[in-house]
Design a protein around this ligand. Structure first.
Ligand SMILES: [Zn+2]
Length: 387
């Protein structure tokens, strides 16, 4: 087991009650527990994959499940440094959380979890838990699923979709848990490791958990003897108020942005060839207004072919990829054209198939059936002997 290393304790972020055992919600007050690393120093081990280079301040786990999450690039856009979380395996910072969760479940030998459908988080989790653990995805409203959701969830053999959940003894897992915090906080470690010369880190806030986690990352660094000196700013849409989870992180400043301003930034970014979501645009807006900031965002770059709409250009790019490769799965197309999210790519391919712009066929690959997209009207692609 731990050997000479002292075990990481869990402490309730609300009332401060300490736990020697792994308790994911405080039994006194119901608050979120978080990992603590008393006596640990901050070390970077570059031999470890993905976020696990920061193992010295992550939960002590024997097994690591990493799919290349983290170490996302920072680029300058106008007056703002943008840390682009779209460059994670499933296009979202949730992959950092999924890596810690999957590693935990693998290390503890947990055979199955149950989770409520939460779009990006669920897709990411399903992707990371393939081969690790079964996932029961509970949908409150099955009618809210569209075809691309089903395609994405059903392609993973470890997933069971249900509207009410079974009574079996699966471990319940929601986005809000101590492992998610440990994964997301590695954004702070990366900013510190790169030594970015800005005063503050601006994080989009909906639930506030991302801002809380980045704040905790800097706090863990301080407690481990480092001096990060960054202010954490949570950007939220006007009227949504201070997220409750930030009650635990008093030094996080919440800055609200007007909806109009978010739309203005969306359009301005789009005209610069950048596609992003309103939540990321709000972080951009706050970062630009405050100055000296790095914004944590998910952004893609429009296909260079231009045209009236970006999607027309992207559709042409997809056809071009299919013509040069002969065939590709949706996932392979997305890896080559990471403009959209993986889910967006599925949606786009479906609409293209309905319009007759691409065709597809389902063939077995290994033990499962896989949908391959091919150019329409072209002869069957010659299969490379090595494929
Ligand atoms: Zn408590």
């Amino acid at each position: 087991m731990g050997g000479e290393e002292r075990p990481a304790l869990l402490v309730c972020a609300d009332c401060g009650r300490a736990y020697e055992e792994e308790v994911f919600a405080c039994s006194s007050c119901g608050g979120l527990t978080v990992f603590e690393y008393p006596g640990s120093r901050f070390n970077i081990d570059r031999r470890e994959p993905g976020i696990w280079r920061y193992r010295s301040l992550l939960p002590r786990l024997e097994r690591v499940v990493s799919k290349g999450e983290g170490l996302t690039p920072v680029s300058r856009l106008g007056g703002v440094l943008a840390k682009n979380e779209q460059r994670n395996p499933t296009s979202t910072y949730s992959d950092r959380a999924s890596s810690v969760i999957a590693s935990y479940l693998s290390s503890r030998g947990v055979p199955g979890v149950r989770t409520r459908f939460e779009e990006d988080f669920t897709y990411s989790l399903v992707y990371y838990l393939e081969g690790v653990s079964a996932v029961e995805v509970v949908l409150d409203d099955p009618l809210s699923l569209d075809r691309s959701d089903v395609a994405l969830l059903a392609r993973a053999r470890n997933v069971r979709l249900t509207s009410r959940g079974s009574s079996s003894d699966l471990v319940d897992l929601s986005y809000l848990n101590p492992l998610t915090v440990e994964g997301l906080k590695t954004i702070a470690f990366e900013i510190y490791e790169r030594g970015l010369r800005v005063e503050r880190v601006v994080v989009p806030a909906r639930t506030g958990l991302l801002a809380y986690s980045v704040w905790k990352g800097f706090r863990d660094l301080e407690e481990a003897g480092a001096e990060p000196h960054y202010e954490v700013v949570a950007a939220s849409i006007k009227g949504s108020g201070r997220p409750r989870v930030l009650d635990r992180a008093k030094s996080v400043r919440v800055v609200e942005v007007d909806g109009e301003e978010v739309l203005e930034f969306l359009a301005r970014l789009w005209n610069r060839g950048v596609s992003t979501k309103p939540l990321s645009a709000s972080a951009f807006a706050v970062a630009e207004n405050l100055g000296s900031s790095v914004a944590v965002v998910t952004i893609g770059f429009r296909a260079p072919s231009g045209g009236r709409s970006g999607s027309a250009g992207l559709r042409r790019e997809i056809v071009r990829v299919l013509e040069s490769y002969g065939e590709a799965t949706a996932y392979e197309i997305w890896r080559r054209l990471p403009v959209y999210t993986l889910r967006g790519t599925y949606k786009l391919l479906e609409s293209m198939e309905r319009r007759g712009e691409v065709c597809s066929e389902v063939r077995p690959r290994g033990e499962r059936k896989v949908r391959y997209y091919i150019p329409c009207g072209s002869p069957r692609p010659e299969r490379a002997a090595t494929s």
